[in-house]
Design a protein around this ligand. Structure first.
Ligand SMILES: [Zn+2]
Ligand SMILES: [Zn+2]
Length: 169
């Protein structure tokens, strides 16, 4: 890997190496703040500004990919290694779980787009938002509960109330 970094003209300082290793090894999609916390365990002298600046540089150098993952985390950005095979991110909009879809359909789509537009694709990023199986079940229950709450509660023996509710309008 170091050879390819040198080809790209990127000098690996200690902090760059720490961050790159963390991103490579995590296999997850970590945000800058989590990476900062992890990096500090390796080197307590690292500060937040350096970590953020280093991430920006790694991204610019094409070593890591920056993702917003359907903005599930608001303005948060997430980082992952560019060494992985191209994949689509499937994000649950309720719990934020991220699945990775590797598969032939992505390569096919790439080829079709290249043919159709005579385009040379350098990078493709596919994000799919929806609800995971677990959250679908929870959502169904929440909707039922919400509907039950919205319906007027039928009291068995309603006491006549002295005060009449103010007429609307
Ligand atoms: Zn979910
Ligand atoms: Zn990914």
């Amino acid at each position: 890997m170091k050879g390819s970094l040198k080809e790209r003209g990127i000098r690996l300082t200690r902090q760059r190496q720490i961050l790159l290793d963390l991103i490579d090894k995590s296999g997850k999609h970590l945000d800058a703040e989590s990476l900062y916390q992890l990096a500090r365990q390796e080197d307590p002298k690292l500060n937040r500004v350096t970590v953020y600046r280093t991430l920006k540089m790694l991204k610019k150098g094409g070593l890591v990919d920056e993702l917003d993952l359907m903005h599930f985390g608001g303005d948060q950005h997430f980082y992952e290694t560019r060494l992985k095979q191209e994949h689509a991110h499937v994000i649950c909009l309720r719990c934020g779980k991220v699945e990775e879809f590797f598969g032939e359909p992505l390569q096919k789509l790439r080829r079709q787009i290249e043919d159709h537009f005579g385009f040379n694709i350098v990078i493709a990023r596919t994000e799919i938002g929806g609800y995971c199986a677990h959250c679908q079940a929870l959502r169904a229950r929440e909707l039922t509960e919400a509907a039950a709450l919205a319906a007027p509660a039928a009291e068995p023996n309603p006491k006549p109330s002295r005060r009449r509710p103010a007429a609307a309008g």
